[in-house]
Structure formats: structure tokens, C-alpha cells
Design a protein around this ligand. Structure first.
Ligand code: HDD
Ligand code: HEB
Ligand code: HEB
Length: 489
């Protein structure tokens, strides 16, 4: 493996890992603020217990999210310095906004929330919860605006071979971003919903305590999970339509659509050698004309296949990489414009498939527990716990598809944008040695593995402790005091 491969693996591993924490933080933060609102409005102690219990899990996960985020940010400078120089003038701005605005607001109000339980007026304290959770959403907005700019650069001019921002507004209202943000946030709620259902079912089937709290959590999680999936379908459809215009190769790759079709059929299951871009041996079970509909909202339009797109790309962006030692093994070699087909094809289907599974699991949990029922089979508990994983998996595949589908570009050319604002991934990597990347790859993977173990250990521990772990019964005031300190860390 050369520097490029290692650097890509490193970014992929660390960032997929970061995105295990992110959706749980965002989804839980908003739901916890909602629970606290319910408590302030009704005075029902059930909601207070929910706020404290889920709030604590959110805090543990948030801490991990921050650590994993900080560690992976180093990579921009370390392994992707050429890329960072290229994009710096364009999306340094949203990233700075993320850091300054979102992170300061996040941490300030989170601090006030943690320490303010008995000190701040109830409503002010509640406002802190909302300020914090909305700040996590704002931070998602900025970082997704940056990522969307890589997928579809807008709002820049080319100065001395580098894009320079002309309009921050264009960047923040990039249609790619406006579609990706609700899709991603809905994915966060899918994660939080499944988490609530899984943990609540665990408690309901094991112990006979605090049933009201767990019932309410289960219901909330189930409903949120189902609504989230509906929102994912609507926003995903929008993104699909944009992608046909903005990154036609990514969509052709998602479908392993080798030859241009009119009308184009949607592939459900392909078998044979999906990895071969000429599609010699690929057979596929298809729904006629559905792909045309996904792309253009009608059942007859043409969708371009990989073959034709490769020709177009070659004509526009060249057949060979320039001869340049910085490009390593790729120097002077033909440019492969086809993304990794098995990954994009199956990544797209796993995203949708695991998401659908999460929605089905949510619906099943609601149905099986309707009207006070509670299945006693251990399978119900196991299935609910396994269900926690499904939206995490869907999210990971969504990103893997999105990020690997844009190869070989790290900044994808905008078909209607300024000429020259694009960059090959091979061009973005730092001029460092294999040994250096290998070292950071191994160190980071180990650090993240340790963090993963710690995260699971802590979440399990606090999830099992239940309500007594955050709010001991009122008849034991002495314990209450020490526990509050523990809650405040
Ligand atoms: Fe993130 C924390 C950096 C992708 C959402 N991230 C976090 C921190 C850093 C980063 C330095 C700690 C300080 C802070 O809270 O701001 N994040 C990155 C980098 C990314 C990235 C370099 C991409 C390569 N992050 C990313 C995405 C999203 C978030 C795509 C949302 C959709 N990040 C957050 C968050 C965090 C956070 C919700 C997540 C977990 C957490 O806070 O608990 O604000
Ligand atoms: Fe990214 C890469 C995922 C976000 C930037 N990524 C990458 C990869 C993956 C990912 C898997 C690898 C691919 C290849 O190579 O093929 N992402 C991801 C996820 C997320 C993300 C999961 C969530 C967290 N990104 C992001 C953002 C940004 C980015 C936000 C910006 C800002 N990426 C990036 C870069 C890279 C990546 C720069 C490197 C280059 C390449 O292409 O690779
Ligand atoms: Fe998704 C991405 C569609 C579901 C998560 N998505 C994506 C894309 C598309 C889609 C088209 C790409 C974009 C670009 O690249 O630009 N989806 C879709 C559809 C569906 C879905 C159609 C059906 C319903 N998803 C889903 C789910 C989930 C997801 C369920 C989870 C849970 N995705 C995702 C993510 C991503 C995606 C995370 C990445 C980011 C963005 O947004 O971009």
C-alpha cells in the first residue's frame, strides 16, 4: 500500500468511528431537551427521571464524540495538507464557524445544564438544554456545509489555481447541503430512537421497576424511529435527484448501471462480478423504469451509464495523471474514473436496508407492547438490543457510499460551476512517507479501539444502572447528595 491508500484508510476508519458518536449525541440531545420540557410543563416526575437517565448517557457519549472529533481533525494537516491548502480559503469559514459558534455555545450551555440542576430557575435551566441541543444541530449544519462543498463546490472564484470564497451565503445554502442536512439529522433521530427502544425493552423485560419511565421511553423511541425513517426516505429521494445532476457517476455506480438506459431500471439485487466496470458478468433483479423516476420524476427519461460517463470524464479531466513524483505510483498512470463498484452498490443498499430494518423493528416494538403488553420471550429482548445497531450501520454505509462514491475526486467538479475547482484525491495527500502514515494509522486505530471499548463499557454500565443510578429514591437523602456530585462529574 502506498501513502495514498494508507491515508484514505486512516481517514475512513477515524471518521466512520466519529460518526458512531455524532448521531447519538445529536438525537439524544434534542430528545432529552424534549423530555425536560415535558417535565417542566406537566410536573410529572416520570419525565424528570427520563431526562436525567437519558441525559447521563448522552453526556458520556458526548465526551467520546468530542475526543474522537478532536483526534481526527489533526488529519487535515497531517495526511491531507495539499487538500487542506486547496480548500482552506473556501471552507475554512464554515469550519471556523463550527468551532467558534457551535462548540462554544455547545460547551457553555452544556456546562450550565450539568451544574445548574438545583441552582438555576427551572425555565432557565430548560433553556440551557435547548441551547445545547440546537447548537449540536448548528455544528452539524456547518460541517455538512463543508462536506457538501467537496461534493459540489459553489460560491467561489479561482485565484492562482485555488478556489477563493466569494459568497459564504452560497456555500451555506448549497442545495447539496440543504438536502444532506435534513437527511443526516433524520439519521441521527433514527439512531436515538432505536437506542431508546433497545434500552427501555431491556429494563422492561428484566426488572419490575420504574415501568412508567421505560414505557414512555419505549413509546417515544418507537415513534421517533418510524418518523425518522419516513423523513429519511423523503430527503433521500431529494438527494438522489440532485446526485444525478451533480455527481452522475456516483449514481451510476450506486446502481452498477454500466450502459446508458432509457428508461432506466432500478437494480434490487445484483450478482456476478459487480466489481467489473464493463458489467460483463453482472446479472441483476430490477424494477423497470424506477431509476428514471428516482432521477427525473418520470418513468421514461434516460440515465447515463458508467461507460458513457467515463468517456465524458476522460475528455474533460484527462486520461492520465500528470507525471509528478508527488503522485507516487499513480504518476503518469491512467485515471480510473469508476468508484469502487461493490462498495458503492452494496453501500447504497445496506444504507436503505438497515434503515428499513430499524423502522420495522421500531414498529414491531410498538405493536408488541401495545396496551400494556410485554412479551416475556428472551428473543424480544435480544432483538430489541440488536435493533440498536441497525441505524448505526445504516449511517455508516450512507457515509461510506457518499465518500467512496466521489472517488477519484476529493473535490468533485461542479458541472455548472467555475472551471478548475476540483481536485483528485491522489493530489490532496501530504508529501509524507509510508512509514509516517503507517505509524499514525496504527496509533489512531489503537486509540480509537481503546475509546470504543471505553464507550461501550460506560454506556452499558450507566444504562444498566437505570433510574437509581441517576436519581436514588427520595427516602435515602444521604445517597442523593453524593450521587448528585457524581452526576456533575
Ligand atoms: Fe465532529 C465533535 C471534528 C464530522 C458533529 N467534531 C467534534 C469535535 C471536533 C470535530 C474537533 C470536538 C469539538 C466540537 O464539539 O466541535 N467532526 C470533526 C471533523 C469531522 C467531523 C474533522 C469530519 C471529517 N462531526 C462531523 C459530522 C457531524 C459532526 C459530519 C454532524 C453531522 N462533531 C459533531 C458534534 C460533536 C462533534 C455533534 C459530535 C459528537 C459530539 O459533538 O459529541 O458537534
Ligand atoms: Fe469523509 C475520506 C467517511 C465526513 C472530508 N470519509 C473519507 C472516507 C470515508 C469517509 C469512509 C474514505 C474514502 C475513500 O478514500 O475512498 N466522512 C466519512 C464519514 C463522515 C465524513 C463517516 C461523517 C463523520 N469527510 C467528512 C467531512 C469532511 C470530510 C465533514 C470535510 C469537512 N473525507 C474527507 C476527506 C477525505 C475523506 C478530506 C480524504 C480523501 C478521500 O477522498 O479519501
Ligand atoms: Fe441515505 C447519503 C438516499 C435511507 C443515512 N442517502 C445518501 C445519499 C442518497 C441517499 C442519494 C447520497 C447523497 C450524496 O452523495 O450527495 N437514503 C437515501 C434513500 C433512502 C435512504 C433514497 C431510502 C429511505 N440514509 C437512509 C437511512 C439512513 C441514511 C435509513 C440512516 C439511518 N444517507 C445516510 C447518511 C448519508 C446518506 C449518513 C451520508 C450523508 C449525506 O446525507 O450525504
Amino acid at each position: 500500500m502506498d501513502v495514498l491508500d494508507l491515508a484514505r484508510w486512516q481517514f475512513g476508519i477515524t471518521t466512520v468511528y466519529h460518526f458512531l458518536m455524532v448521531p447519538l449525541t445529536i438525537g439524544l440531545a434534542v430528545l432529552v431537551a424534549g423530555m425536560q420540557t415535558a417535565w417542566v410543563r406537566t410536573g410529572d416526575v416520570k419525565y424528570l427521571k427520563m431526562t436525567k437517565f437519558w441525559g447521563k448517557l448522552m453526556l458520556v457519549n458526548f465526551a467520546m464524540g468530542v475526543v474522537t472529533g478532536i483526534v481526527q481533525e489533526f488529519q487535515f494537516g497531517m495526511t491531507w495538507s495539499a487538500y487542506s491548502r486547496f480548500v482552506g480559503d473556501a471552507f475554512g469559514a464554515p469550519l471556523a464557524m463550527e468551532g467558534l459558534l457551535a462548540f462554544f455555545v455547545e460547551s457553555t450551555f452544556l456546562g450550565l445544564w450539568i451544574f445548574g440542576w438545583d441552582k438555576l430557575p427551572k425555565k432557565v435551566h430548560l433553556a440551557c438544554a435547548w441551547a445545547f441541543s440546537l447548537a449540536t444541530v448548528a455544528s452539524a449544519y456547518f460541517i455538512l456545509a463543508a462536506n457538501s462543498w467537496m461534493q459540489h463546490p459553489v460560491g467561489v472564484e479561482l485565484v492562482d489555481g485555488r478556489p477563493r470564497l466569494t459568497s459564504i451565503w452560497a456555500l451555506l445554502t448549497n442545495n447539496t447541503a440543504l438536502a444532506a442536512i435534513p437527511h443526516t439529522i433524520a439519521g441521527c433521530f433514527a439512531v436515538a430512537g432505536a437506542f431508546l427502544v433497545g434500552v427501555a425493552v431491556w429494563h422492561l423485560t428484566r426488572r419490575n421497576e420504574e415501568r412508567q419511565v421505560w414505557r414512555a421511553s419505549l413509546k417515544l423511541g418507537g415513534v421517533v424511529g418510524m418518523v425518522a425513517f419516513a423523513a429519511l426516505a423523503v430527503t433521500g429521494d431529494l438527494q438522489g435527484k440532485l446526485m444525478f445532476q451533480q455527481q452522475p457517476m456516483k449514481m451510476a455506480a450506486a446502481e452498477a448501471l454500466c450502459h446508458t438506459e432509457q428508461p432506466a431500471s432500478f437494480s434490487i439485487f445484483a450478482y456476478g462480478d459487480v466489481a467489473r466496470p464493463d458489467c460483463e458478468n453482472v446479472k441483476s433483479i430490477t424494477v423497470p423504469a424506477l431509476l428514471s423516476f428516482l432521477a427525473h420524476n418520470d418513468f421514461s427519461s434516460e440515465v447515463k451509464g458508467i461507460e458513457d460517463l467515463v468517456k465524458e470524464y476522460k475528455a474533460k479531466y484527462g486520461e492520465f495523471y500528470p507525471v509528478d513524483p508527488q503522485l507516487g505510483e499513480l504518476s503518469g498512470q491512467p485515471i480510473d474514473y469508476v468508484p469502487n463498484l461493490p462498495v458503492t452498490y452494496w453501500g447504497f443498499r445496506f444504507m436503505i436496508g438497515f434503515g428499513a430494518l430499524a423502522a420495522l423493528a421500531a414498529a414491531a416494538a410498538l405493536w408488541l407492547t401495545r396496551g400494556g403488553r410485554m412479551p416475556s420471550s428472551p428473543w424480544f429482548r435480544r432483538a430489541a438490543l440488536a435493533g440498536i445497531a441497525t441505524p448505526f450501520i445504516a449511517n455508516s454505509f450512507g457515509w461510506i457510499f457518499t465518500e467512496m462514491g466521489r472517488q477519484p475526486f476529493v473535490v468533485v467538479p461542479n458541472p455548472t460551476g467555475v472551471d478548475g475547482v476540483w481536485m483528485f484525491t491522489a493530489r490532496g495527500v501530504s508529501g509524507i512517507s509510508v512509514g509516517e502514515v503507517l505509524t499514525s494509522l496504527i496509533v489512531l486505530t489503537l486509540v480509537y479501539a481503546v475509546l470504543a471499548v471505553l464507550e461501550v463499557f460506560l454506556l452499558r454500565r450507566y444504562a444498566r444502572a437505570g433510574i437509581a443510578g441517576v436519581m436514588p429514591p427520595p427516602d435515602k437523602p444521604a445517597e442523593k447528595k453524593s450521587d448528585e456530585l457524581a452526576f456533575a462529574y
